[in-house]
Design a protein around this ligand. Sequence first.
Ligand SMILES: C[S@@+](CC[C@H](N)C(=O)[O-])C[C@H]1O[C@@H](n2cnc3c(N)ncnc32)[C@H](O)[C@@H]1O
Length: 263
Amino acid sequence: MSDFPGEHEYQNLFSPKAYLDSFFHLGAGSMGDEYLYFVLEQLAAIFNSGKVKGDTLIDIGTGPSIYQLLSACEAFKNIIVSDFTDRNREEFNVWLKNQPGAFDWSSVINHVCQLEGDRISCQEKEERLRKTIKQVLKCDVLKTNPIDPVTIPKVDCLLSCLCLEAACKDFETYDTSLKNISKLLKLGGYLVLTGVLGNNYYLVGEEKFSSLKLNDAFLREAITGAGYSIENFHLYNKTEDSLEDKADFSGYFVIIAQKERDA
Ligand SMILES: C[S@@+](CC[C@H](N)C(=O)[O-])C[C@H]1O[C@@H](n2cnc3c(N)ncnc32)[C@H](O)[C@@H]1O
């Protein structure tokens, strides 16, 4: 039997609070810092470029996270978020409704505001994002319609961060899942994909989750095979040797690709 996490593991063992506490206090020296500095800068550039914009963006496998949406809300009128696990969607909703106990994203929001030239305050940024989020949906990338039983008009942008390598046990499943989520995107729309390279596992609290070990060549083939032309492929090799042992990734990527055909 595969030890790759499935439905049961994500639904029952993935603690949103432990995940956020482990990786999302920017600047506190966690293993997540380098990924976040790289990805937040790239996303700020992409979503403030004027090129990747439109009515609706869907984020696939949002988890309990908002970092990936902070610049996106400058370029899209509506954002739909989605995740497989009930607890992640609940944690996301606690933040969305500004309820007591919500994770403190201020270190991340502060950084994004700075990257965007301090045009608005952190409080305004957080409120802008809350207003832009229109739906929080259940999603399973392994399904032909990942947001089944819901259907939505095709969107202008498909965003997914650190999700497919967590959800897919092998390259074939990754290919199929990428094609599944791509059905939600209009022709001519953009895919923005971020993740980690060479990663076998990550720890969420005491729980160890397997990850599909991605490489540059596979990603290029998977994305073109799913009907896209790649516009930008930013790779970054990890430079800092963290004292933490919460994951074993060797680098990170941010990819922008335009959908040319249905695959
Ligand atoms: C490492 S977390 C990434 C969360 C968030 N995107 C981020 O960047 O922090 C992986 C996410 O993939 C989700 N996931 C796992 N299997 C999935 C599936 N079959 N379909 C959709 N999401 C899934 C998990 O619930 C979890 O939120």
